[in-house]
Design a protein around this ligand. Sequence first.
Ligand code: PMP
Ligand code: GLN
Length: 379
Amino acid sequence: ANSIFGALDTTIFETMSRMAAEAGAINLGQGFPEGLEPEEVVEAAIAALRSGPHQYPPMAGLPALRQAVAENARRFLGLSVDWEKEVLVTSGATEALADAFFGLLEPGDEVIVFEPAYDSYQPIIRRAGAVPVPVRVAPPDWGLPFERLEAAITPKTRAFILNTPWNPIGRILREEELRFLADLMLKHDLVAICDEVYEHLVFDGRQHRTLFALPEVRDRVVRIGSAGKTFSVTGWKVGYITACEALLKPIMRAHQFVTFTTPPALQAAVAFGLNLPDAYFGGLRAELEGRRDLLVGGLRAAGLAVEDVEATYFAIAATGEAEPDDVAFCRAMTFEAGVTAVPLSAFYGKGDMRSHIRFCFAKREETLRGAVERIAAWR
Ligand code: PMP
Ligand code: GLN
């Protein structure tokens, strides 16, 4: 086995989904939504499949989608982006991340990874020959640790990877955190790879903020989005990168040898979706807010210590003293209560932070109610 890709044969998400299936449990582990696919976007994909074309689209993506990515960023974040030179379509954010690491990192470069971190970052950084340097955030506030962060920077540090809104902790970065990061980028000549796949899933009137909006670092930021999250179609694997031309060029060189391109019908449908009126995006937020309240409220009533959730699909809870180990907790909850979550240790390179578990609340109401009832009866 190739140890660069980690100790597990499959990702934690696959592992937990299989465990849920084996136990007949309600699966709140893997992060995917239920019943939220916008019909008009699905219809747009069907129409595009009927009409074609079916051959390789342009390597950088369909012009209509690149324009829509730029326009959506203008509408919601006030960004000014040149769609012809600064947008690249990828087969999911996962490919976008790999392209960015392969395109921008040299062997021996160090990359700061804020933990808990999405599980694909560290293996691909290593496979690119670079060295992930974890910097952890911790309860109770899960804020960026400014001093430890600056102490982790060496002459070899080339970049950091930042996920806001943040899977799994459901938090968005604050203005002062972004300003601190921008200062560090200028002081130490760093690039930021910003995984913003949950940019539209931000609740209670909060505003997603991106480093890309800060003019002094705009040309040092690689911004990544995903239709999977914005249109609740995680199986489609349509992602996009926005970055200045100088950063995008080497990323595009990686892209042409990783996937080269992405199915054209799905690109056309995502272009249509990104151009939907504000009401679509507001409706998605409101629907997810309600689902969050249902799960978080229910779990709290059942006695779990659940953190506040500002954004994303996810709520995390402390395991507590009776069963302090997250992996054992998830296994017991799957087989005894019939509800599956994900152990947070999977989001740490060393796997040693074992005090929390993650629930996905992007599910139908009846699914969430069923899960809450089972957990309440179990505890
Ligand atoms: N980054 C984060 C933080 C994610 O949670 C996910 C998937 N849920 C991805 C990237 C991958 O996105 P995609 O499915 O578009 O590859
Ligand atoms: N991103 C999803 C999550 O965090 C899962 C993606 C996957 O299964 N690889 O749960």
